[in-house]
Structure formats: C-alpha cells, structure tokens
Write a new protein. Structure first.
Length: 403
C-alpha cells in the first residue's frame, strides 16, 4: 500500500481520515486494541463514561483543528466549559496555577510565599539551570518548591524526577513575581492562563466517543487486534504478533518506539538509544462518591495520598456521579486495601518523560527514519507530551506535507 499507519489513537485516526478526505484509498491502520482511541478511550462504568486514559479534553484555541473534529462529532454535541482546576496545599484549596492564586490563601501564607518568590533565582539574576528540580527553586522559590512543586512532581515522575530537563517548560503557565504580587493586591489572577482555559467535553458521552466515530469512518481500513512488534527499514515491512506482514511506500508510526522488539536496517547507535527513552505509567481508578466542589480537577501534592490528581467527572460529564484518580504506577502500594476492588485501568504508556537526553535521541531517530520514509507522529511517535488537539494538528500538517 502507499501508507501504513501504526496505531489508531488521535494521531493515526486523524492522519488516516485526512487521507480519506483527500481521496486516497491506498492505506491501512494497524491497532493493537480491539477499538480505536488510544489514551482517549472511554468505558461505561457505573452508568456513565469513564475516560480510561485520565483527563483528556478538547481545547478551544485551535479552531481549524476543532472544525476538522466537528466533522465527526458536531459542535452541538459538546458542552463548553471555563476551566476550574485547583490545588490543595497547606490546608488551602486554591486555583491553579499556584503563583497566580496565592491571593486565595490565608494572609500569613501569602506573605511567606511572596517573600520566597522575591528572592528566587529568576528574580535575583541567577542563570536558569538545565535540570527541572533546580529550575523549580530558581523560578518559584523555596516555599512553593517544598510545599507543592517538589512533592507533586515526585508523585508524577517518582525516581525519574531528577532526570528531567527544562526545555519543555513552555507547557507550564508563566507568571512573573510582579504578576503574583499584583494578584495578591487586587485579589484576582494575573499571568498566562494554563492550557484548556476553556474546553469542550461531550454532552452525552465520554471523550472516547469522538475517536470511536473517527475509527468508524475508516471502516475496514483499520485492522484491530494487530500488535506490531517488527519494523524492517530495508524492505519497508512491518510484522505483527499474529504472523502478518505489511509493506508500504510510507510508514507512519504513532506507537511507542520501545514496542518495536525487532528493528532491522537501523544503525545500532540509534537503535540502542531508543532504550534510553523513558515514560511514566499511570493508573486511573473510579470512586462512586460525589465531591462537594465545583472544580473540574484538583492537584494533590500530599505525599501520603497515592494519587496526584482527581478528575471530578460529575462537574463536566452530565448525568454522571463520582470521580476518578490518577496514580503513578510506582505508588500503587499506597492505595488502601478497601479501595483495591474499585474499577481501575493501567495505562502503561501515559506520559513521555522529558529527560535531559531525550531531544538529542529523538532528533537523530526521527531525522534518520524520515530519510527512509518512516515518520514518527504524535505523543509516542515524537515522544512529546502533546495534548490531543496538538496531536491532531501535527497529523494534519504531516498529511498535507506528504500528500
């Protein structure tokens, strides 16, 4: 075939549907699971949707991307929300990000945090560090680092926290000391808003419904239960665990590179470097209790709690109840025995980790692969923490370029 697409998550589905819209018929999508959607799949749990990959929402900022997605699930089937995300720190429940919402704390905490930020490295002329942990102290000061950022990120990344770089921090909202001070004086947030400041979520379904419809639109062009393990660059072949071989002029891989247990025709130094890529695994777990909050999700730095975030689905998913938690797989032993039987789902590949050496690994890998007509795409093909709307944008851009 002309195009062989590995993975039917948002990247693969968007690329394939773009081919279909362009009148191209010579393509196949191979998907390991028996349904499309990847990390954005949904299950029906306790009578309402449960998004097994955690909190995924459609950001409003990319109109062109949303218009493309609304072709499959019209805008009339979505609710629009203004983001309400919060942090529980030192007995204060405040808005996110913390540095824009210190004004919501007790006055004595406001004073302590402002004093700490004022003498942080970024405000005293110290050069920005290259390690993420050092950057936290440099940007936010000792108090926010110790009370929130270090414990929270320790829960998110565990032992890999010390290996993270700083090149990816444009994803984080940027709030200056002056803006933090202004927010405390005027009792309102200042600075850059976090992602998903406004977002869409389906009125009647989980987020997975969108990707299910995109899969349905492709019909028999998706081969489900096709677990890819082999990639042969010399012959442009892909092998699956059920013994099938597929060949193509162009291969688009959206699956984690570490899942290729057999790679032929790739230089050994590049092949070996793939094993240095790191990721986190996250379990989502359902609780049938309703929370007394209007927040859509809440961050918890408390190290005694297994989870790092709660998604309050009853506040964005109509006619639902309860909430779900997100917990790094290395912290599951902290879940109480009484909660072990709750419905849960383990996402082995949840987040690519932004380790210091990742950019050089991916630059070599993607550049060399593209020269052989194999393209990495999306969160796992590019090993980037892309939200779903960015993933779709990347897919459409690549499809336009190759078509």
């Amino acid at each position: 075939m002309k195009y062989l697409i590995l993975g039917a998550g948002p990247a693969g589905l968007s690329f394939a549907n773009k081919l279909k819209m362009a009148g191209i018929d010579s393509y196949i999508v191979l998907e390991k699971e028996n349904e499309p959607g990847g990390l954005c799949r949904s299950r029906n749990v306790d009578g309402s949707p449960f998004d097994i990959g955690g909190g995924h929402f459609l950001d409003v900022r990319r109109k062109k991307i949303n218009d493309f997605l609304f072709e499959f699930m019209p805008e009339t089937e979505w609710n629009l929300f203004s983001r309400d995300s919060r942090i529980v720190v030192n007995g204060n429940e405040i808005g996110h990000p913390i540095e824009a919402n210190i004004w919501q704390m007790k006055i004595e905490d406001q004073v302590a945090y402002l004093k700490s930020i004022a003498v942080a490295g970024c405000n005293t002329g110290v050069k920005m560090p290259e390690e993420f942990v050092n950057w936290i102290y440099w940007k936010l000061g000792d108090r926010i680092a110790k009370d929130y950022m270090i414990p929270y990120n320790s829960k998110m990344f565990n032992k890999e926290l010390e290996e993270l770089g700083t090149y990816w921090l444009e994803k984080l909202p940027n709030v200056s000391f002056e803006e933090t001070l202004l927010s405390c004086l005027e009792k309102k947030p200042y600075g850059t808003q976090p992602g998903h400041a406004q977002f869409f979520y389906p009125k009647k379904y989980g987020y997975g419904e969108l990707w299910k419809r995109m899969g349905d639109a492709l019909g028999d062009k998706i081969k489900y239960c096709s677990d890819v393990y082999g990639l042969d660059y010399d012959n442009m072949l892909v092998k699956t665990s059920n013994g099938e071989l597929y060949s193509a002029d162009v291969i688009i891989t959206t699956i984690p590179w570490k899942l290729f247990s057999e790679i032929k025709g790739m230089p050994e130094n590049i092949k070996e470097s793939i094993q240095h890529l790191k990721n986190s695994s996250v379990e989502t777990r359902y609780y049938d209790k309703n929370m007394d909050t209007k927040a859509h999700w809440i961050y918890y730095p408390n190290l005694e709690l297994a989870y790092h975030r709660i998604l309050v689905r009853s506040n964005f998913c109509p006619n639902s109840r309860g909430y779900w938690t997100e917990t790094n797989s290395q912290r599951l032993d902290l879940i109480p025995e009484s909660e072990k039987d709750n419905y849960h789902y383990m996402n082995e590949y949840a987040y690519p980790l932004n380790t210091i050496e990742k950019p050089s690994i991916m630059k070599r890998l993607l550049s060399w692969s593209e020269s052989r007509k194999v393209f990495g795409l999306g969160r796992w093909g590019e090993w980037q923490h892309y939200n779903s709307d960015v993933t779709v944008e990347r897919a459409l851009e690549l499809a336009d370029r190759l078509i």
